[in-house]
Design a protein around this ligand. Sequence first.
Ligand SMILES: [Zn+2]
Length: 338
Amino acid sequence: MSDPRSAWIEPGAYPVGAGVYRIPLPLPMDGLRAVNVYAIADGEQVVLVDSGWAIAESEELLVKALDGIGYGLDDVREFLVTHVHRDHYSQAVAIRRAHGSRVSLGEHERPSLEAIREAIRTGIPPAHPELVRAGAPPELIRGNQARANADEWELPDVWLGAGVTLPLRTRTLQVIATPGHTRGHVVFYDEDAGALFAGDHVLPHITPSIGLETPHAQSPLGDYLDSLRLVRSLPDARLLPAHGPDTPSVHARVDELLDHHEQRLTDTAKAVEQGASTAFEVAHVLRWTRRLRHFDELDPFNRVLATTETLAHLDVLVLRGWLTVSIAEDGVAHYALS
Ligand SMILES: [Zn+2]
């Protein structure tokens, strides 16, 4: 693999601490390259943090990786899932069906999961009022209405409350609510081992998408920044992210992410100062990805993410008093300098 930033996706089970293994699994589309599942050896059984996307290739590689550390799928006692996105949740549900593992998910994911289940029941795709508010054109809004498969969206066995401690045989994990990327995102903190199973909350190479969620949170970016400060207030730990390699310091990466969003907030306010008034317009002024692409160079799904992410930044600027917002008759939010 020529790009060292891609080395982490090579299949296997990589030790990242005593009795803990990082298992990268493939995704059906390659935007994120892969998702890490973490296997925690827990005596006779194994506990997995996140599960991967339910596709045959992913399950095959998971079986192979678990075999390498002495376990099979029947030994998976529990999936601890950080959030309700497909690449984290869907394989847990599929494996539960065949092997009886327990599936646990943060309790604040419930409205999102119920919304998906309701959309499947009625055949009516979830509404995205945030895209209307952002001033996105109808084709962008329609394009985001992905079809869902009922099998992937069964309910978990356990809704995890924040602050709960999970006593495994070999260690204790703390469940910490980190709303932002999703409203019910949780991370699992092993204080004794100094390790944070961070899901998509803290990623080493990229920033997680913010603000595309049904139902829409009041201030997803405000929540996200608060959740970053929350994990920054814990003793530093090894970062075990869902996408990208594990790294020595949660704190170092959180500091970079906080800086990134401050810079982004400044750029967003500047775009408004230059005359952009809706989130959709501001998203055209900002640059996207590490390669500083223009909005129109993004694929349709990433245009949706760029739009909702911009809206989330604008709403934080309103909360901070830098901007004011007024909602036009068509429901579109227009922003101006205070
Ligand atoms: Zn993810």
